[in-house]
Design a protein around this ligand. Structure first.
Ligand code: NAD
Ligand code: GLY
Length: 358
């Protein structure tokens, strides 16, 4: 088991990564009160809920099982979590445990941020995407029909348990979606890691446990470092959104749940690379490298049929990185070196949008 630390002063917390992690000693020290609410969904609960319940300390344990899918990441569904907490009389020392992918993690974290003005929560991410990204760093929230993740809060967990074992049951398409975020770390921060990913992509897709463990560890190291520097995203943390502005537009336009978040991010990353090349920052060989690694991870590299440049512009205008009406994008100065900028030629952006939608 690898242990990393997210260094946030008195709100610091460990991330445990590896196999055979479902053990009482990995959870009990992080449960302070005598009540637990497990939040999971109808797909993950039948697979792992009993295993989790078996290792919990002997306190009051309640559960709420939500419907599966991004389309249920809503305020309405969140209310069912509050209903359960109140029906079961949970007090301010309760601990919420998120058992699921990023949807469950984001919703549980937001429920914990708001319930009685903030209670503890634990992340047990069960998708690759949630293990390398969403469970770490305290971004929580739900979608609004007019924009993704628009209602939310920063609220850090007590501990993150990233078990490689649970990835055995993850559908291949979901594994690939997680790999999009792993590739993101290489492109944004670490060219050496990108090289390693290129060399090992076939075995990662083949679910080699040791390689997956290393990919999760390196991704979480990079994320923990960034979150420690800029918890509330006033600066460098924005770089973690490479590909996300284009990607969120794709997800919103297609209807939440039709395109996976990681798939949309993969296309968005290729679009960001294309724009970076049009601005003269990276070479067309660099863009091809991005395309090749996404394809090797079985990810899409083209925007959905039917989307227009206007769709992108309208949907990108509600991105959280827009400040005072000015669109800011994460682009690549080089592979392994990203930048957040509003200094790009709007014509080049139009050319990228036209290229990907024609
Ligand atoms: P998800 O939570 O929808 O999970 C994907 C699918 O896999 C679901 O059908 C789920 O039920 C199923 N599943 C989960 N674990 C499984 C397992 N072990 N075996 C079999 N099936 C399993 O999607 P996701 O990709 O994990 O997360 C996407 C969400 O994360 C989006 O809502 C996105 O906005 C959010 N996100 C948040 C952050 C953040 O910093 N908070 C970062 C990135 C993404
Ligand atoms: N997924 C981007 C972030 O956590 O900042």
């Amino acid at each position: 088991m690898q242990t990393l630390n997210v260094d946030l002063g008195d709100r610091s917390y460990p991330i445990f990564i590896g196999t055979d992690l479902f053990r009482t000693e990995n959870l009990a020290p992080y449960i302070k009160g005598n009540q637990i609410l497990i939040v999971s969904n109808e797909i993950v609960a039948p697979l792992y809920l009993d295993q989790l319940k078996a290792i919990l300390p002997s306190v009051q344990v309640d559960e709420v099982i939500l419907p599966d899918g991004e389309q249920y990441k809503t305020l309405e569904q969140l209310n069912t979590v509050y209903d359960r907490l109140l029906q079961c009389r949970h007090n301010r020392t309760t601990t919420l445990i998120a058992l699921g992918g990023g949807v469950i993690g984001d919703m549980t974290g937001f429920a914990a941020a708001c319930y009685q003005r903030g209670v503890n929560f634990i992340q047990i991410p069960t998708t690759l995407l949630s293990q390398v990204d969403s469970s770490v760093g305290g971004k929580t929230g739900v979608n609004h029909p007019l924009g993704k993740n628009m209602i939310g809060a920063f609220h850090q967990p007590q501990v993150v348990l990233a078990s490689v074992d649970v990835l055995a049951t993850l559908p291949g398409r979901e594994l690939s979606a997680g790999l999009a975020e792993v590739i993101k770390y290489g492109l944004v921060y670490d060219l050496g890691f990108l090289d390693w990913l290129e060399e090992n992509m076939a075995d990662l897709v083949g679910r080699d446990a040791a390689l997956l463990s290393y990919a999760i560890q390196r991704s979480c190291e990079l994320k923990a470092e960034v979150v420690a520097q800029d918890e509330k995203e006033s600066g460098v943390r924005a770089l973690l959104n490479l590909g996300h502005t284009f990607g969120h537009a794709i997800e919103s336009c297609q209807g939440y749940g039709n395109w996976l978040h990681g798939e949309a991010v993969a296309v968005g990353t290729v679009m960001a690379a294309d724009l970076s090349q049009r601005l003269g920052w990276i070479s067309s060989e660099d863009v091809q490298r991005v395309v090749r690694i996404m394809k090797a991870a079985n990810l899409p590299v083209e925007a959905p049929e039917g989307m227009t440049p206007e769709d992108f512009m309208t949907l990108m205008a509600v991105d959280k990185k827009v400040i005072d009406g000015q669109l800011r994008l994460i682009l690549l100065h080089a592979l392994g070196d990203a930048v957040v900028t509003d200094q790009f030629d709007p014509l080049a952006l139009q050319q990228t949008l036209t290229h990907f939608t024609s």
